[in-house]
Design a protein. Structure first.
Lengths: 114, 112
C-alpha cells in the first residue's frame, strides 16, 4: 500500500507570492490534516479535512487555506507569503474522524520564502 | 503554540543505554502518541495509547498513558545507533477529530 505522498518536496518562493501544496492520502483514508513545522514553533496543526469539508482549524491567519477533493486528495494554499512562512509542511492521513485510527504522515514539503 | 511540555529537549546516548523521555500537559487528552522523525522525513508513529494507565510495548520501546490523562512517558531499552533522531509526543483530545497537539521534541544523539 502506498504511503502518504506530498508534492512538491521542495519549493522556493519570494515574499508576496502564493503557493499551493498537494497531499495524496493513503488509499481508503478520507481524513487529511495539515501541519506546519518550524524550529521555533515546532509542529502546529493547520486544519483537517474530511469528506471535502474543513472539520477543524488551528490558529493560523486566513492566508492559509485548504481544500479536499472527492478522491480525498487535499491541497493547501498560502497567499501573500511572508518570510516566517518558511517551514516544513506535513500532511497526515487517517481513515476517518473518530480519533481512534492511526495517522500517517507524508515526507513533507520544504517551503523556503526569500 | 504548543501545550505539551516534553523533556528532556536533547540527550546523548551510548549504545546499550536505556533512555527515558516524558510529556506533560495542562489539558486532558484521550489519546497519547509517540512519533520519531528522521532528517528530511515526516514523523513515523511508534506507539499509540488509548486508555489512561495503559502500558504498551513495541519491541524495545515502552510507553505509558498517565492515569491523570495529562502525561505520558516513553522508554527505549538497550539503545542502538539507529535510535538517533527526534522523538515527539502528541496528544489527541476528545471530539477534536484527528487534531494533534505536539510536544517540542527530544533529540537523541550518540555520544562521541
Amino acid at each position: 500500500k502506498a504511503g502518504v505522498t506530498q508534492t512538491p518536496r521542495y519549493l522556493i518562493k519570494t515574499r508576496g507570492q502564493q503557493v499551493t501544496l498537494s497531499c495524496s492520502p493513503i488509499s481508503g483514508h478520507r481524513s487529511v490534516s495539515w501541519y506546519q513545522q518550524t524550529p521555533g514553533q515546532g509542529l502546529q496543526f493547520l486544519f483537517e479535512y474530511f469528506s471535502e469539508t474543513q472539520r477543524n482549524k488551528g490558529n493560523f491567519p486566513g492566508r492559509f487555506s485548504g481544500r479536499q477533493f472527492s478522491n480525498s486528495r487535499s491541497e493547501m494554499n498560502v497567499s501573500t507569503l511572508e518570510l516566517g512562512d518558511s517551514a516544513l509542511y506535513l500532511c497526515a492521513s487517517s481513515l476517518d474522524l473518530s480519533g481512534d485510527n492511526e495517522q500517517f504522515f507524508g515526507p513533507g514539503t520544504r517551503l523556503t520564502v526569500l | 503554540g504548543q501545550q505539551l511540555n516534553q523533556s528532556p529537549q536533547s540527550m546523548f546516548i551510548q549504545e546499550g543505554e536505556d533512555v527515558s523521555m516524558n510529556c506533560t500537559s495542562s489539558s486532558i487528552f484521550n489519546t497519547w502518541l509517540w512519533y520519531k522523525q528522521d532528517p528530511g522525513e515526516g514523523p513515523v508513529l511508534l506507539i499509540a495509547l488509548y486508555k489512561a494507565g495503559e502500558l504498551t510495548s513495541n519491541g524495545r520501546l515502552t510507553a505509558q498513558f498517565g492515569i491523570t490523562r495529562k502525561d505520558s512517558f516513553l522508554n527505549i531499552s538497550a539503545s542502538i545507533p539507529s535510535d538517533v533522531g527526534i522523538y515527539f509526543c502528541a496528544g489527541q483530545a476528545k471530539n477534536a477529530g484527528n487534531m494533534l497537539t505536539f510536544g517540542g521534541g527530544t533529540r537523541l544523539m550518540v555520544k562521541p
